[in-house]
Write a protein that binds this ligand. Sequence first.
Ligand SMILES: Nc1nc2c(ncn2[C@@H]2O[C@H](COP(=O)(O)OP(=O)(O)OP(=O)(O)O)[C@@H](O)[C@H]2O)c(=O)[nH]1
Ligand SMILES: [Mg+2]
Length: 226
Amino acid sequence: MKVVAIIPALNEAATIANVVQAIPRSVVHRIVVVDNGSADDTAGIARNAGADVVLEPRRGYGNACRAGTEAALDADIVVFLDGDGSFDPAQIGALVEPIIADRAELVLGSRELGGMARNAMPPHQRFGNRLVALLLRLLYGIHVTDVGPFRAIRRATLQALDMREPTYGWPTEMIVKVARRKLPIVEVPTSYGARLGGESKVGGTIRGSVLAGYHMLVLTLKHAWR
Ligand SMILES: Nc1nc2c(ncn2[C@@H]2O[C@H](COP(=O)(O)OP(=O)(O)OP(=O)(O)O)[C@@H](O)[C@H]2O)c(=O)[nH]1
Ligand SMILES: [Mg+2]
């Protein structure tokens, strides 16, 4: 099974080389970094570290993930991870295993199960993730403990989901659409630390937190009542 790692990255010059180089090449065949018009040299540094770089001019986490998926048509499985070094790329093998074993279509890395460093996630973000996980259980009957970005999915399945969300709704949209199709979702414990450098765009900013929380809730409710 061919595995391609997709890393959406916006101004991650301080960390992107570390992340790309830590990805186990025995598991991952190709690394795609999607640069969203960074003001720094994220793209050049990622390329030097061994990644293929895709430029996506339309801003937004979802737009970047979609561009990465379109650049990974050769993949059987795609893995998404952040470019800030908060996840451990060594755990990608554990993340893809349930798909290879045909036990899952979507595998979610759970930071609640894997444990997070004390300063890794602000309390409001942890609360929001737990709340959405609870709603996913109540409204869709799926047992998840976290709604994180570190995840693996069969590429053909992802393509069939017809993903639409341009920004922070993308990760939740993926989960609810897989749940509505009654495809198997498995959680795997993944560790989580504070970003290794650079600046936060989501949880560490008021704007990012409000937008992410809003989109996660709207997506969860919208697809439940459809
Ligand atoms: N391409 C792209 N990537 C983005 C965008 N917003 C965030 N990202 C990336 O998504 C990942 C998660 O963003 P972070 O800023 O780390 O968000 P966070 O994890 O809530 O915040 P921290 O606690 O500071 O790590 C990082 O790899 C970012 O570079 C965006 O608009 N476009
Ligand atoms: Mg982060």
